[in-house]
Design a protein around this ligand. Structure first.
Ligand code: ZN
Length: 188
């Protein structure tokens, strides 16, 4: 076990002849030095001591009304499942966070969710429930699809007016586009 590795309680760090246990470590009756917590190993080679710095897990779960960024993973019936990956400022969230978007939270008259959103779309959404999986809403004009790719050729779609146009094959697609759609500047 070397420095900077993440260990779990009970994991062997060294033998007592090599290193003495310090904070976050202990020696067992067989002479093994083990970790007493989840943390990062720090070996002091000069003083021959080993310690484990606790990993501080600050789970940043979104709260109701927070804005989040996520990828649409799949559509099923009236629901789009979303992998929430960032908060509204594009800072990563910790943990596996799932979201779902019901067609009633899109804010349009459509009957089929695939008229407004597609798997692979990057969306900006508002969290409207407090448990994982989080219910999402894209009703506001600032919310919705912020990046989408062409279903025909896979190129990133460009926003022109209220449409998304494929710069590569000319395909036109419909989405519930957020006002902050990310128009990438590249050409084919
Ligand atoms: Zn295309």
């Amino acid at each position: 076990m070397s420095s900077n590795e993440i260990v779990v309680p009970g994991e062997e760090l060294a033998v007592i002849e090599e290193f003495s246990p310090s904070l976050g470590a202990y020696s067992d009756e067989k002479g093994f030095v083990r970790s007493s917590l989840v943390g990062m190993v720090l070996k002091d080679l000069i003083n021959k001591i080993v310690k484990v710095n606790p990993v501080t897990t600050r789970y940043s779960f979104p709260s109701v009304k927070d804005i989040v960024i996520g990828y649409v993973s799949f559509l099923k019936g009236e629901i789009a499942m979303v992998n929430i990956v960032k908060d509204g400022n594009f800072k990563p969230l910790t943990g596996q966070l799932a979201g779902f978007l019901h067609i009633s939270q899109i804010g349009t008259e459509g009957r089929h969710i695939n008229e407004y959103i597609a798997p692979g779309d990057l969306i900006r959404a508002r969290v409207i429930s407090s448990e994982n999986p989080f219910q999402l809403s894209i009703k506001h004009s600032s919310l919705g699809v912020i990046l989408a790719s062409c279903s025909q050729c896979g190129a990133i779609l460009k926003k022109e007016g209220d449409k998304l146009i494929c710069p590569k094959c000319g395909n036109i697609e419909k989405r519930k586009i957020a006002s902050g759609y990310i128009n990438l500047k590249w050409s084919y």
